[in-house]
Design a protein around this ligand. Structure first.
Ligand code: FES
Length: 203
């Protein structure tokens, strides 16, 4: 049977935006090395862009200039995954200095969600770590016939309707869930990841 798959839309950050981020990281590293502006390594770790998601953070995409585009419920179409990052409304920074903060969003018909899943979702939108727990590739493909996220690096599959459990492949653990809620029509983080995002290097 023909397999229908849907890949996540990703923000198209042009070279300028990427360069800007690289320069920013380099500048922070330089500041740490030579003590510019009195910044310590500890302070650099604490920059909002590098912190883990915080309750109340908005979920956003980065536009072509690297600026945040808040995500509304209506921006998500059923069965079309989308990659996003947390956004700190206090500092107005996207927490995208670490890809461990990458989030994959998927909207499904609410009738398909059990009570436990509904409790961590918003209007049928589910949020998970966008980083495969096997070796860290992006999770961005939804296989509608199997109702799984697929990672094509080594073939792992995850069930969003069963708390991110592993459906196949070498992934050693589920995709961490990120609880979300709606504030008005905006998608907002409601709790921390249910487990550390990322992967454990293989022996
Ligand atoms: S990194 Fe995803 S299956 Fe290996």
């Amino acid at each position: 049977m023909e397999q229908r798959e849907t890949c996540a839309r990703t923000a198209q950050a042009p070279i300028d935006a990427s360069r800007r981020k690289i320069f920013r990281i380099a500048a922070l590293g330089l500041a740490a090395g030579v003590g510019l502006h009195g910044r310590s390594a500890l302070a650099i770790e604490a920059v909002p862009e590098a912190l883990r998601p915080v309750v109340g953070d908005r979920l956003v995409e980065e536009d072509a200039e690297g600026e945040p585009v808040p995500l509304k419920l209506a921006d998500l179409r059923v069965g079309k995954p989308l990659l996003a990052f947390p956004f700190d409304t206090a500092s107005k920074k996207i927490r995208s200095e670490t890809r461990m903060n990458k989030v994959v969003l998927l909207r499904l018909p609410e009738a398909e969600l059990d009570a436990e899943t509904k409790a961590v979702s918003a209007g049928g939108v589910l949020a998970f770590s966008g980083v495969c727990t096997h070796m860290g590739c992006d999770i961005k493909t939804w296989m509608v016939s199997e109702k799984v996220f697929a990672c094509f690096c080594h073939g792992s599959k995850f069930r969003p309707l069963d708390h991110g459990s592993v459906a196949g492949g070498p992934a050693p653990r589920p995709l961490p869930v990120l609880p979300i809620k709606l504030e008005g029509d905006q998608l907002v983080i409601a709790g921390p990841f249910t487990a550390p995002p990322g992967f454990t290097p293989q022996a």
